[in-house]
Design a protein around this ligand. Structure first.
Ligand SMILES: C[S@@+](CC[C@H](N)C(=O)[O-])C[C@H]1O[C@@H](n2cnc3c(N)ncnc32)[C@H](O)[C@@H]1O
Length: 378
């Protein structure tokens, strides 16, 4: 059976494929799991091999991987030392008990390092929890882990695989609440809950590519939908007459507002909430005569149908950039909705968009993934 995906179409679209300048140790953020090693030690920190379905999951060291920087390897190594001397067990399966869970490390180009440890509280009292927090803090400030010179250490109580700050607050055990990064001439602030592209040099290349394709100028409004910390909006802000960003995670929106204010960018406005709720209202309040460029960069589950409807039915939007690291799956559904003939049953009324260009940016060297920028016009 033969089926066509957007990848099959791409070679004919590729005008160029920017390779990213740093290809080793490029990850600024990594999340490591805790589970049983192949030789049976349950206090092992690394990446999973195997599948849950086959019941053959093991945790293997990953510090030899080319995309992991030395700093991340060092913190992993010391977290494992900490776990192996801890009086309590790691949490391998939530319903089977245990406490210590994942370790996330975020670094900037100056080597400042934020570590986030997640911990399942199970039935522990507040006093018992406090003891474990102090033990962890002491290990990384006065104990063997002090050599890691962490800038900040966060602790998050977690009863499910991923919790947002709203669901379970990140508790700062010591150090600075944020780290900072320099990107395309901007000083940006990074919080533990905010999405930041995991390859800083690659992200610069991605935003430059978006800038070149979007043709934003002083008479256009730029919409940055699913904007994270607002990096697309902020890097193109000075070229546009106005920039509007929408993002689900409140901490990310606070970071975007801080970065805008710190860098003196006054024409950006960021809205916290679901794009499917905010965008239709926002577009209604805009005047149709102002040309609008929309950039969407959703998570792997793609855009909500109401976001597609709002963009497609907005007369002012003639240029759409879809940025995706997973252009198959849910995003394909979005492409079809943007490009299909008018369909009143689906409330897709205006003219269809046409795919004009597709530019991959190699944000993830040594892996099969890449970030794809698709340019559509109406
Ligand atoms: C791939 S990231 C894009 C980040 C940003 N463009 C950048 O380059 O840093 C996707 C973002 O979409 C946000 N998101 C997911 N679902 C959303 C929704 N329904 N409405 C608004 N934002 C959403 C996520 O929180 C995440 O920050």
């Amino acid at each position: 059976m033969f089926s066509l995906t957007v990848f099959d179409l791409l070679p004919s679209f590729f005008p160029f494929c920017p390779l990213q300048p740093i290809i080793n140790g490029y990850r600024n953020k990594s999340t490591f799991s805790v589970n049983q090693s192949p030789d049976g030690n349950p206090k092992t920190v690394g990446y999973y091999l195997g599948t849950w379905r086959d019941g053959n999951i093991v945790c293997v060291p990953c510090t030899h991987l080319k995309n992991i920087p030395q700093k991340h390897s060092q913190v992993v190594q010391y977290y494992e030392v900490f776990l192996r001397q801890s009086s309590v067990e790691p949490c391998l399966l939530f319903h089977e008990g245990g406490h210590w869970c994942e370790l996330t490390i975020q670094t900037n180009s100056q080597g400042h390092t934020m570590a986030i440890v997640t911990f399942h509280p199970q039935e522990l009292s507040q006093e018992e929890l406090c003891v474990h927090k102090v033990t962890l803090k002491d290990f990384f400030t006065k104990g063997p882990g002090a050599v890691c010179e962490l800038t900040s250490l966060y602790f998050q109580e977690s009863t499910m695989s991923r919790c947002s700050h709203q669901q379970s607050p990140y508790q700062l055990l010591f150090g600075e609440p944020h780290i900072f990064e320099d990107l395309l001439g901007l000083k940006i602030l990074i919080s533990p809950d905010a999405f930041f592209q995991i390859n800083t040099a690659g992200a610069e290349l991605l935003y430059q590519t978006i800038g070149e394709l979007s043709v934003v100028n002083s008479s256009t409004i730029l919409l940055d939908i699913c904007c994270g910390m607002g990096m697309i909006a902020l890097s193109l802000g000075q070229r546009a007459s106005q920039v509007l960003g929408i993002e689900l995670v409140e901490q990310a929106v606070e970071d975007a507002r801080w970065t805008a204010a710190f860098n003196g960018i006054a024409n950006c406005e960021f809205h916290a909430g679901r794009a499917e709720k905010i965008l239709p209202q926002l577009l209604k309040s805009q005047k149709d005569e102002k040309l609008t460029v929309a950039v969407v960069n959703p998570s792997c589950d793609g855009l909500h149908h109401q976001v597609v409807q709002a963009i497609r039915n907005c007369r002012a939007i003639h240029t759409l950039l879809f940025v995706s690291y997973k252009p198959h799956g849910e995003s394909t559904r979005n492409f079809i909705e943007f490009c299909c003939p008018p369909n009143s049953a689906k409330k897709l009324l205006d003219e269809p968009f046409i795919l004009r260009q597709a530019v991959p940016v190699d944000l993830f060297p040594h892996t099969p993934h890449c970030e794809l920028v698709l340019l559509f016009t109406q």
